[in-house]
Design a protein around this ligand. Structure first.
Ligand code: ZN
Length: 251
């Protein structure tokens, strides 16, 4: 069965039990990493995911708490002798900067590097990202401090669907992207510029008529405040779950 593993659930400041927000979708033919932070090879190993099984990587936006692990992941894959291509998807804003970052590491001088293809997505709602036998992924721009995308995944066999808001203020783009999904994973960093509170995430889940809501990218450790699940439940009557690292959701 296709599944999603939450690899990190914290906002930008992680604690010992909560890494920065990122996740992975694992199918038979495609394994898709959504953002890449910290020390990816260790995180994936802890989650029981073979680093070489990763076929695709979607980068939601160019903030360090979402993409800082990319250079290390690519270098480790290369050192482990990877030959198979890796596809990387993101907005122009994101991928231009990622290629510049890799240039700063002079990766073009690393001999025998495996093929990495960058696919630049237009900043348009419901843009197709990736289609394979098991699932179909689309993206929409959301409202963050810098250009960012949210994602929707349709799973063909189970006919289930999920959406991930990415970092965003509450917005109609996410309501449209997540319309009728079984699972909405929405950020709950707080009522801050370019972010959403847990209550606002609940409101978006209500408007999108999502089947269930997972709160992610929330303040952890000594920065944790209030009861995010209760705050979301005030505005949304479906099931609300606080996403935790290594949580698995079957699709
Ligand atoms: Zn961000």
């Amino acid at each position: 069965m296709t599944k999603l593993i939450i690899l990190g659930s914290s906002n930008a400041i992680p604690d010992k039990d909560h890494e920065n927000t990122h996740m992975v979708i694992i199918g038979k033919s495609h394994t898709v990493l959504i953002d890449c932070v910290s020390n990816p090879i260790l995180r994936l190993r802890q989650a029981g995911v073979d680093i070489n099984s990763i076929t695709d990587m979607i980068l939601t936006h160019f903030h360090p708490d979402h993409v800082s692990g990319v250079p290390l992941l690519l270098m480790n894959m290369w050192l482990m002798g990877r030959r198979t291509p890796l596809s990387v998807y993101g907005l122009h804003h994101t991928l231009d900067r990622m290629e510049n970052l890799m240039s700063a590491y002079a990766w073009d001088e690393w001999p025998g590097f495996f093929p990495v293809a960058f696919y630049r997505l237009p900043a348009q709602e419901l843009t197709p990202v990736l289609d394979c036998k098991e699932f179909h992924i689309i993206a929409s721009p959301v409202r963050h401090m810098i250009p960012a995308i949210g994602l929707r995944v349709e799973f063909h066999t189970s006919k289930k669907s999920m959406a991930y808001s990415c970092d965003t203020a509450p917005c109609d783009e996410v309501v449209r992207l997540a319309g009728g999904v079984d699972v909405l994973i929405h950020e709950a960093a707080g009522d801050l510029f370019g972010h959403s509170s847990a209550g606002q995430a609940g409101e978006i889940a209500r408007q999108a008529e999502a089947g269930s809501l997972y709160l992610i990218h929330y303040p952890t450790g000594r920065y944790a405040t209030g009861d995010p699940v209760a705050e979301a439940r005030d505005r949304y009557k479906g099931q609300v779950t606080l996403a935790e690292d290594f949580m698995k959701i079957d699709f």
